[in-house]
Design a protein around this ligand. Structure first.
Ligand SMILES: NC(=O)c1ccc[n+]([C@@H]2O[C@H](COP(=O)([O-])OP(=O)(O)OC[C@H]3O[C@@H](n4cnc5c(N)ncnc54)[C@H](O)[C@@H]3O)[C@@H](O)[C@H]2O)c1
Length: 258
């Protein structure tokens, strides 16, 4: 991907999207961020699209992408980082309005933005790269029924779009973060809804993931260094997938004392 093109990041005002925008802008790329609650990123050259941008609204996405390309030129890189977390509930308490909200933003929104940007990339037949932010939740299970289903859908649609546009030079990949230390996750820990030790313990590395670690993986998937990679889902999870089944065997071993 060339530094000449524009990289669009949804959900770019906070969390993983903000870390990715900061990293890529600092590397010299032209980065435009959109968000439903737009806030500038202080101390970076990332350009804020000032109007609220709702990834779940088809009309808003189609019009917004056209306006952004008119103002900032063709989009050559896209990061779909906008998302909402799953509300934790027992199955009888899952509210279908909440189900619809999570699926509409996390799955439908990812598809809508990828389609609006990717069709243009494919027509131009330049090199283009798209990275969708899925989750380890889409590869496992938990009491977040809509969220896990939506993220599994993101992993699936990533493959479909990679096959759709592969011959046009557009690569489409996903990253699946484990529990990542964003402000939103910290707030969940501070409120007592989440327990930091319980989140970290099943991971091979016994820790949370940093937003910048997810950003580095995204930057690699956007870059020419990954030119042969399309249709994959890359976990960035401090070994959550690797370690989580060890609970059945008594847990993960401590590091040896030095
Ligand atoms: N933090 C984690 O532990 C974790 C783990 C796995 C996956 N993820 C995924 O990473 C992505 C980013 O999450 P985060 O942790 O940075 O959360 P975050 O809440 O810090 O950031 C999400 C951003 O998306 C924006 N957004 C929400 N709804 C939107 C909409 N309809 N249209 C446009 N923007 C919208 C929010 O305003 C916010 O700025 C999400 O898809 C999330 O599911 C996060």
């Amino acid at each position: 991907m060339s530094v000449d093109g524009t990289i669009l990041i949804t959900g770019g005002s906070r969390g993983i999207g903000a870390a990715t925008a900061t990293l890529l802008a600092n590397q010299g790329h032209r980065v435009v961020i959109v968000d439903i609650a737009p806030e500038p990123l202080v101390g970076t050259n990332a350009i804020l699209w000032p109007a609220p941008f709702d990834v779940a609204s088809e009309a808003a996405v189609v019009a917004g992408i056209a306006d952004i390309e008119k103002a900032h030129g063709p989009i050559t890189g896209l990061v779909n980082a906008a998302g909402v977390f799953g509300k934790m509930h027992t199955i009888d308490r899952v509210r279908m309005e909440q189900w619809d909200r999570e699926v509409n933003i996390d799955l439908r929104g990812t598809f809508l933005v990828a389609r609006s940007v990717g069709i243009g990339m494919a027509k131009r037949r330049q090199h283009g790269a798209i990275v969708n932010v899925a989750s380890v939740a889409g590869m496992t299970s938990g009491p977040i029924h809509a969220y896990t289903a939506a993220k599994a859908g993101v992993i699936q649609i990533t493959q479909t779009l990679a096959a759709e546009w592969g011959r046009s030079g557009v690569r489409v990949n996903a990253v699946s973060p484990g529990f990542t230390r964003t402000a939103a996750l910290e707030a969940g820990i501070a409120s007592g809804a989440l327990n930091k030790d319980l989140l970290a313990r099943p991971t091979a590395m016994n820790r949370l993931v940093e937003p910048m670690e997810v950003a580095q993986a995204i930057a690699w998937l956007l870059s020419p260094q990954s030119s042969g990679v399309t249709g994959i889902n890359l976990p960035v999870d401090a070994g959550y997938i690797a370690g989580t089944t060890w609970a059945a065997y008594g847990g993960l071993p401590d590091a040896p004392r030095s």
